[in-house]
Design a protein around this ligand. Structure first.
Ligand code: PTJ
Length: 270
């Protein structure tokens, strides 16, 4: 297995460690080859939002958790990338919100399904839906592998958390009348735009925060939770997220200048 030693003082240590998780997930069949590319796209957008959870993302996350806690039948859709990055938090969130975990893959292969199922069980899951040995229903609007859903999971669900999802699937879930919550670093992606609540953040930071918020909010009355959801405006959330990126880009113009001045002032010369 390729495992590189990342120096403790490497300025991008966190990002490289996350990359290693994805690479390892690919080697164990959890992550699709296309998942490596999807991760790279995510990394680029994370850079643009400043590699931090913004206050805006924190609010979106709160609304997302409120939607899951007040749902009749919340479900968490699991793909390769999310499973390789935050398996323990998926299981914790699933338990706190009473939301079953359903494997739903775009690039389906039986060995990937098995690897993901095993990773979830190793992280403490007691039940995993969406596997080949379970009954399946189909989303008629979809032609990809993701058209198959578990009738006890997404098929019956009212609020579906779909982290890192492709746009067609989100569109189909909306056409079926589901309330869709997503986590996507790209506020302009079709999934981000079609969803009811979009957390514009890296799943690496978003899932632990959701677990923390779910613990804090789990005993709130349902009416209070519903009010939090009703008060949330995803159009405003996405537009402000794009503004955050624009402001960050603008600030970088000065950062580049400062970095170059520092570098060429001789601090890095032998
Ligand atoms: O495991 P499978 O077979 O179901 O396939 C999963 C992938 C992710 C390969 C599949 O869903 C896919 O191709 O997704 P897309 O269309 O590339 O979309 C992924 C979205 O997630 C993009 O908008 C990325 O910017 C975003 N993204 C990538 N990494 C992260 C992320 N968002 C949050 N956190 C990340 N770590």
């Amino acid at each position: 297995m390729t495992k590189i030693e990342i120096p403790l003082d490497h300025p991008r240590r966190g990002s490289l460690e996350t990359r290693e998780k994805i690479i390892e997930g690919h080697e164990t069949h959890v992550v699709a080859t296309a998942g490596l590319l999807a991760h790279g796209r995510g990394e680029a957008f994370d850079y643009l939002i400043g590699e931090n959870t913004t206050e805006l993302a924190e609010q979106a996350s709160r609304a997302a958790v409120a939607a899951m806690l007040s749902a009749k039948h919340p479900v968490i859709s699991v793909n390769g990338n999310i499973c390789s990055l935050v398996p323990n938090e998926l299981v914790e969130l699933s338990e706190i919100c009473g939301a079953p975990l359903e494997i739903n893959l775009f690039y389906y292969r039986k060995e990937r399904e098995d690897a993901i199922k095993n990773a979830l069980f190793a992280a403490g899951a007691k039940e995993v839906l969406g596997t080949h040995d379970r009954p399946s229903a189909t989303i008629p609007e979809l032609s990809s592998n993701r058209r198959k859903v578990d009738p006890d999971g997404i098929g019956a669900g009212d609020v579906i958390l779909v982290p890192l999802e492709d746009g067609d699937r989100t569109e189909a879930l909306k056409a079926l009348g589901k309330f869709v919550v997503t986590i996507d670093l790209n506020p302009m992606s079709r999934t981000a735009v079609y969803s009811d609540i979009t957390i514009v953040d890296n799943v690496i930071r978003a899932l632990p925060l959701m677990v923390e918020q779910a613990r804090e909010m789990k005993d709130l009355p349902k009416d209070d939770l519903r009010l939090i959801v009703e008060d949330f405006d995803n159009t405003n959330n996405l537009a402000t997220s794009v503004h955050i990126i624009m402001n960050h880009l603008e600030a970088s113009i000065y950062d580049i200048d400062k970095m170059r001045q520092k570098f060429y002032a001789g601090e890095n010369k032998q």
